[in-house]
Every structure is written in C-alpha cells, then in structure tokens.
Design a protein around this ligand. Structure first.
Ligand code: PMV
Length: 324
C-alpha cells in the first residue's frame, strides 16, 4: 500500500484525580483523559528535510532525524516540546523529508500532560505514516521511553492516559492499568496558576521528608491509598458526595506532605464555596493546577476562580489516541 499523503493523529491530555505523589511509593492513583487534545499531522516534503511547526506556541524549526538535532527557526525560543517530537520520530524509525504540523488544544504548563499528548500523537501519526500498526500497549510503552529520554525520569501516567483515554486506575507501580467503567458525567473544572511547579524538585522534597520522618509519612501515603480505593468505588457507583469528600481529604494530605501553595488552596477553597462537591490540587503541586468536582456548578466555579486565576471546564475523554 502507498503511504497516505497526510496522516493526522490526536491524543488527549490528562488530569490526576487521586493519588499523585503516593504513586511514587507504589500506591495506586486514578487519572482521567480530558477533552483537550494535541493534533499532529505528517506529510511528505519535496526536499529531504524535516520541518515542524507548533501553531499555538509559535515554535517551529528543522529536525534532523538521522543526526538527532534541532535547529529552531527563531533562536530565542526554547526547544521545549520539539525534543519529544524528534525522539518520537527517531524511535518510530521515521526518515527525514517530513512536514509536521502540530495544533494544541491543551494549555501548556497547566499540568495537563501536554508533552505526553504530543509524544503519543506523534508516535501514532509517524507509525501510521509508515503503515505500521502499533498496539495501544506498544504506543504507550514507546511514548513513555521518549519521555524518559527527554526528561530523565517520568511516571507512565501521562502517556498511559494519552494512549488509552477514559478514567484509569493504576495499581501499584502502574503494573496493572484498569479502565473504570463510569456512566455518569464527571464535570470538572481546572484552575491553574501562572507559576509552574517543578515535578522533579517536588518529588525530591517529598523523598527528603520520607527519609527524615518515615513514621509520619508512611501513614499519610497509606491514607492516600485508602482514599484512592474508596474513590474508585465512589466513581463507579456515581456517589457525588463521596467523590468530593475524598478529593477534599486528598488535598489535605497533599498539603501535609508539603506540595500545596497558598494560590492553589485559594482556588481550592473558592471552588468549594461556589458549590463544588470537592476540590484538590492536582499533579505535582508547588504551583500548577487544581481540580474541582462540581456537578451543576461548573459555570459559577469557573467564574469565581477566573476573578483571580484562570479556570476552564474539562470533560473526561473516553477516546485515547486516534487517527483523525
Ligand atoms: O504534575 P504532573 O502532572 O507532572 O504529575 C506529577 C505526578 C507525581 O505523582 C507527583 C509524580 C509522578 O511521576 O507520578
């Protein structure tokens, strides 16, 4: 079969609902893919060069897949996400001579896993362009390797959610990935601060606390495990009140391990005051984002947070990576 002239793949971003940081200590977590996606289109070029443009970020440049180098069109901009694209192309055995266009519906730096979504969509688009059909497992594994190569360390949560979509319960060390079967709508609001937490540093700060006071930290992680397991049941049975309650407890425990900030808590409490059933910081913390679970109150929660930070609505995306 001839290569299709233009292949577009898209993959969703994610949000962690329960269990961040605890997953680093082998505890379970629950995360969801959201209806904000990264779109990666690949077509052939006349010449033998490979060019990438990320429309929303105003970043573009030439990649050399063979040599593994990046040459930006505009020197002042950071290579950022282009590194993920380059390594994904290398890992899929792509050859130079491609024009790649990326469109991002996912806000970058809001803890929604934008780099993983771009990586997963690139792996899918590049392999399909070569008429190679990878399984979902294959895509998730390859994309995780790309994240590891670019970042040094990365949990597989982001790439798993971008690949599979839906709401996923990740068991101990992400050994088992269980898609939760949930009927009801999960109306979520994401609020984010301009300040971005550094995941590596935050994980390290928690590790230091664990070293100094394991007798205090271990029970906190055990509680996170228990609430994540409780939340799994509450989500499956559609128990709004308990979903919210577990989020609130999780926020308190994340505060206890030292990854909360004043700005995050301000949004968390405003959301509750505006009618959210529950709210918590999400992801690494130290800045970044919070989520609020707000059936029937989405608009008012967004309006309240938007008075001082940025907030938007997300829906859970059942679809993971897909060809467009
Ligand atoms: O902030 P994010 O979306 O990168 O999430 C980090 C989640 C942690 O549990 C803190 C770290 C990890 O690798 O799982």
């Amino acid at each position: 079969m001839l290569n299709p002239r233009n292949v577009t793949a898209s993959a969703p971003g994610k949000t962690i609902l329960f269990g961040e940081h605890a997953v680093v200590y082998g505890k379970p977590a629950i995360a969801a893919a959201v209806d904000k996606r990264a779109y990666v289109s690949i077509e052939e070029r006349e010449d033998n060069r490979t060019h990438v443009r990320i429309n929303e970020l105003g970043i573009s440049g030439y990649l050399n897949i063979e040599k593994g180098t990046i040459e930006l069109d505009n020197d002042e901009k950071n290579e950022g996400i282009l590194k993920y694209v380059l390594i994904a192309l290398m890992k899929t055995g792509s050859k130079d001579g491609l024009e790649i266009t990326i469109n991002m519906d996912i806000p970058v730096g809001a803890g929604l896993g934008s780099s993983a979504a771009v990586t997963v969509a690139t792996v899918k688009a590049a392999s399909s362009f070569k008429d190679i059909e990878l399984t979902s497992d294959g895509i998730a594994k390859l994309a995780h390797q790309v994240e590891l190569m670019v970042q040094g360390s990365a949990s597989p949560i982001d790439t798993i959610l971008s690949t599979y979509g839906g709401i996923v319960y990740l068991s101990r060390d992400a050994e088992e990935i269980i898609k939760l079967d949930i009927d009801s709508e999960i109306p979520l609001v994401i609020g984010y601060t301009s300040e971005r937490g550094n995941t590596g540093k935050l994980v390290e700060s928690v590790r230091l606390k664990m070293e100094i006071a394991p007798q205090v930290m271990i029970p906190l992680f055990n509680s996170m495990e228990a609430l994540t397991n409780g939340a799994r049941e509450a989500l499956t049975s559609g128990d709004h009140k308990m979903i919210g309650e577990f989020m609130n407890i999780n926020h308190g425990l994340l505060d206890a391990i030292g990854v909360n900030t004043e700005e995050l808590s301000k949004m968390v409490y405003i959301a509750r005051k505006s009618g959210a059933f529950g709210s918590k910081l999400t992801g690494a913390g130290g800045g970044g984002s919070m989520i609020a679970y707000c059936p029937g109150k989405v608009d008012v929660v967004i309006e309240s947070i938007n008075k001082f930070e940025k907030a938007f609505k997300v829906k859970i995306s059942a679809d993971g990576v897909r060809l467009e």
